[in-house]
Design a protein around this ligand. Structure first.
Ligand code: SF4
Length: 347
């Protein structure tokens, strides 16, 4: 039997639409309400909307009790700012007690002292602050409604509280999107120096992406996808995304619930995972056939070479899918080995 993390790669490469393994990762949306109107966010740009609401603890409990024992990580984030959910620490506590690693993504604006302590005490495993600009003017332009120094102060205070509590977790990442691909070493160094002596695990400066094709008309955008070759995205072979009302949607980019694959309040998660809508969705991604799934049509994820697999045409020409799965898994293992060697050489 293949280790858990490799089973989905095997079946992705084999082109399986029905999967013998359960999902490993869940994106769960505590709320789709937000406190900001960021200029790059589909919530501001797309002109689309979805009914706003908060996930009930009953729905969350149903997800956790079904996910217990087979889901490794719950990411508490989809379309809104999760800190707006008043029961967020309780959600973290419940998922964490069920043995699931809980990761929170937040813009950090609402993480005051009291809430910082509550998140840490609830047993959060990882927090990722989406800070998204090194420069104060750019931050306030991109993150409309937020104040650079105030948010930075919240993050610093969070780290100080973690230090005072001598808490081993959560792991803390601060993520900045380099929209203009111009971040100088000096500006990154200067930004990192703000967290000197504090328990921060990583400050990541990452390239912009297009939020499934919504954010694309900015002349300064350097969100070029990995290439022109289409590699079907792997999301539905390993993960599921669940909106606040229990709808299972395409992925963490499906902010308006345009693809509805089931609802956890009506059908158990494991059943949705292999039901016909999910199987049809996987087939459509493999075949690059998006008429039913417009959210995927303009997405940059399938052009990311991290998705590299045997070209579908070749895989299908092999005598059986097991061979395609094995070849594809071999390619993935070789790719990962090459990446670790490259990383080691860099160090
Ligand atoms: S192609 Fe993009 S929008 Fe579609 S499931 Fe993958 S990540 Fe989501």
């Amino acid at each position: 039997m293949l280790p858990k993390g490799y089973r989905y790669i095997y079946h992705y490469n084999a082109g399986s639409a029905r999967l013998p393994h359960p999902p490993m990762l869940l994106w769960v949306e505590p709320t789709n309400r937000c406190n900001l109107r960021c200029t790059m966010c589909p919530n501001s740009l797309s002109g689309k909307s979805r009914e706003h609401g908060d996930m009930s603890l009953d729905t969350f409990d149903a997800i956790v009790s079904q996910a217990r024992g087979w889901v490794d990580i719950i990411y508490l984030f989809l379309a809104g700012e999760s800190m707006l959910h008043r029961d967020l620490p309780e959600m973290i506590r419940r998922a964490s007690s069920a043995g699931i690693r809980v990761v929170l993504h937040t813009n950090g604006c609402l993480v005051n002292e009291e809430r910082a302590a509550a998140l840490i005490d609830a047993g959060l495993h990882e927090i990722s602050f989406s800070f998204d600009a090194l420069d104060p003017a750019e931050y306030e332009q991109r993150r409309a409604g937020a104040n650079y120094e105030k948010t930075l102060g919240n993050i610093i205070r969070f780290l100080e509280i973690k230090k005072q509590k001598n808490a081993k977790r959560p792991k803390v990442d601060i993520q900045c999107i380099d929209f203009r691909a111009q971040a100088s070493r000096e500006s990154v160094r200067e930004f990192k120096s703000r967290f000197k002596g504090l328990p921060v695990d990583a400050v990541k400066v990452i390239p912009a992406h297009t939020w499934a094709g919504t954010f694309k008309d900015d002349a300064s955008l350097h969100a070029a996808p990995g290439g022109r070759v289409y590699w079907p995205c792997k999301f539905p072979w390993a993960s599921m995304a669940i909106a606040w009302n229990g709808d299972v949607v395409a992925c963490c980019n499906d902010l308006f619930g345009e693809v509805r694959l089931g609802n956890v309040n009506e059908t158990p998660l494991r059943e949705i995972w292999n039901a016909k809508p999910m199987q049809r969705f996987r087939e459509a991604l493999l075949a690059q056939h998006f008429s039913e799934y417009p959210v995927c049509k303009n997405c940059d994820v399938p052009y990311n070479h991290n998705n590299a697999r045997l070209p579908v045409r070749w895989a299908r020409s092999l005598p059986n899918r097991a061979l395609a799965g094995t070849f594809g898994l071999g390619i993935e293992l070789a790719r990962r080995a090459a990446a670790s060697i490259k990383q080691a050489v860099k160090k």
